[in-house]
Design a binder for this molecule. Structure first.
Ligand code: AGP
Length: 606
């Protein structure tokens, strides 16, 4: 996620504080940074690609001077990470500067309208439409504050914005829709920031800006109104007494739990993929004679789900292949007629890069789903989708997994539509179900926490745990196993439930916990019988199923019910309880879920 911060004082130089605040935003992950201040009626800007320290060494942020300023760390969503796309962005007169966190969905139409009015754009970002909109309204005679409000009313999508004007150095204007923004006051200064950690260093008096609100910040006051009707908002400042480290987790004990709870937002962001990239990728897949989903770890499980849904929705056969096995398995046969869809949140996994470089050298078309723009994989791929999950600090993948799934479902439905494999009614149904998933995940998070803590108590001393799934949730069983194993260190197994009788069931004895996933599709009756098989042999059955399914409750020692979605989309909703089970089990075992032993966030070695 991008990070924004703004500071205003009645006099003196705030650059040192602004620089410290910018550094406190680093943990959010970024690829470029910048700062703008007003001095004697002039806007001064330093910005570039790279880490804050690197940019500081190049340009010396502290050479700037002014009593009002804004700064930004950018996690690229639109436009590659480079100097011209770094924030702050300015208008044509270079007297208005804006920083932004979020995604402006209607930026293309606004950009077109502004270009027709003569505005010259320098970057490829969505953000840059904001300063030009403000400039346009100031040209028509509005003062900076009113021009800002009118501009914000044109925006659709998610945004947290702060803006300053060289001609109005007495205020910072800010506004938010979905993306968080927190205000602060103290020491003769007014503050705004994406999050509390970068404010607790300066003041303990903070005030979250509400959804659909804007604020006028001066050195000694904050005035909040609703964007829609300008009605005043009365809200009291809160006293916060937390360390910067605690604040970075936004009150959660670990990043992993914070990121599990971010999923209603991050799944929604993934579903805002650009239609043109989906269509382009779909055309390459449609032309290919074979499609391989190549990935490692959790991302491989996403590829497994992708393989199911591409087949079910688009009638496209895609082979999920573990990246480190790709060359030895398919090296001799991969050819110019093949397409490889690499799935990698880091875009740096060495196994994946090795596989795609090999495939590309033999003429295959390399496509990718990534979370980190400018990663190596984005430079190898012919087309890539950016899942927009934001930086994932916890080593165990959670929000990036459901972000990958959402991207794969959207791609599968795009393929199905373009290939004419689904009728309009079916397409509408599946799209509606997919776009419901962020809200359903929010409900799941509100309902299952206590159940998952109960399961964690059952698992924490287990010698081993078995995960079973069928059909589209076979991959979910594998993911639940990996999550539990990698952060709680409990040996875990997972396999398609139909394989039970072919060997693994010999492991089932009294008290062995078996986690089973039941979705209401053609696999259900077989899954119920597999659960019955292990139960009669003494297993403790923990069953995750869609709410209201009476048959399931009869075979579950612990039943975790999840709000219903079309069974095809249960990999997104069912994995959330599994993530929480793994998290709480690790915590009960006195382990740090954010930093599991022997593991790295990105495996850049073979
Ligand atoms: C996930 O919990 C693991 N940390 C790991 O398996 C990870 O998914 C794998 O290393 C792939 O990473 P990538 O998505 O960055 O390629």
């Amino acid at each position: 996620m991008c990070g924004i911060i703004g500071i205003i004082a009645s006099q003196g130089n705030i650059v040192d504080e602004l620089y410290r605040g910018l550094k406190l935003l680093e943990y959010r992950g970024y690829d470029s940074a910048g700062m703008a201040v007003v001095r004697d009626g002039e806007l001064l800007i330093i910005k570039d690609k790279g880490m804050i320290e690197e940019i500081h060494r190049r340009y010396n942020f502290l050479s700037l001077e002014g009593s009002v300023g804004i700064a930004h760390t950018r996690w690229a969503t639109h436009g590659a990470p480079d100097k011209v796309n770094a924030h702050p962005h300015t208008d044509c007169t270079e007297t208005i500067a804006v920083v932004h966190n979020g995604i402006i969905e209607n930026y293309l139409e606004l950009k077109e309208e502004l270009m027709k009015s003569g505005h010259v754009f320098r970057s490829r970002t969505d953000t840059e439409v904001v300063p030009h909109l403000i400039e346009e309204y100031m040209r028509s005679g509005l003062p900076f504050k009113d021009a800002f409000i009118k501009a914000v009313r044109r925006l659709r999508g998610a945004y947290a914005i702060a803006a300053i004007s060289a001609n109005s150095p007495d205020k910072i204007m800010c506004a938010r829709a979905e993306s968080p923004l927190v205000l602060g006051i103290g020491n003769g200064r007014g503050y705004c920031s994406s999050d509390i950690p970068s404010l607790v260093a300066f003041t303990d008096s903070v005030l979250p800006l509400g959804e659909g609100e804007y604020a006028v910040i001066t050195p000694d006051s904050v005035s909040i109104r609703r964007i829609s009707d300008d009605s005043p908002v009365r809200r009291r400042f809160k006293k916060v007494s937390m360390s910067v480290e605690e604040a970075k987790k936004e009150g959660y004990p670990h990043y992993m739990l914070k990121e599990i709870h971010e999923q209603p937002y991050t799944i929604k962001y993934a579903l805002e993929l650009q239609r043109n990239y989906l269509d382009l990728m779909s055309s390459f897949i449609d032309r290919a004679s074979r499609l391989f989903f190549v990935a490692a770890g959790t991302s491989y499980h996403a590829g497994m789900v992708g393989s199911y849904v591409f087949s079910k929705l688009a009638r496209v056969v895609g082979f999920p292949v573990i990246a480190s096995e790709f060359v030895s398995h398919y090296g001799e046969s991969v050819s110019v007629d093949d397409a490889v869809l690499a799935i990698s949140q880091s875009g740096e996994t060495r196994d994946v890069l090795w596989a795609v470089e090999y495939a590309k050298a033999r003429g295959a078309t390399v496509l990718a789903i990534v979370n980190v723009l400018a990663s190596t994989l984005t430079r190898i791929a012919r087309v890539y989708l950016h899942q927009q999950s934001g930086p994932e600090i916890g080593v165990a993948a959670t929000k990036t997994y459901t972000g990958q799934l959402a991207s794969l479902y959207l791609l599968a439905l795009t393929l199905a539509r373009n290939r004419g494999k689904l009728g309009q009614d079916e397409l509408d149904h599946f799209l509606q179900e997919l776009y419901r998933t962020p809200g359903v995940v929010r409900e799941v998070l509100g309902q299952v926490e206590e159940d998952t803590k109960r399961v964690a108590k059952l698992l924490k001393d287990a010698r081993y745990v078995i995960f079973l799934g069928r059909g589209v949730n076979t991959a979910t069983a594998h993911e639940g196993r990996l999550k539990l194993m990698e952060i709680s260190y409990i040996p875990s197994l997972s396999y398609p439930a139909g394989e039970n009788k072919h060997g693994p069931i010999s492991l089932v004895e009294k008290g062995v916990p078996v986690v089973a996933l039941v979705q209401d599709d053609e696999t259900k009756k077989y899954m119920l019988s597999n659960i019955h098989e292990v139960r009669t042999r003494g297993a403790k059955t923990i069953v995750i199923s869609s709410s209201g399914d009476e048959e399931v409750s009869e075979v579950a020692d612990i039943l975790i019910e999840v709000p219903r979605v079309d069974p095809l989309f249960t990999p997104i909703t069912y994995v959330v309880p599994l993530q929480l089970i793994a998290y709480y089990t690790a915590v009960l075992r006195g382990l740090d879920p954010d930093k599991p032993r022997n593991l790295a966030k990105s495996v850049t070695v073979i």
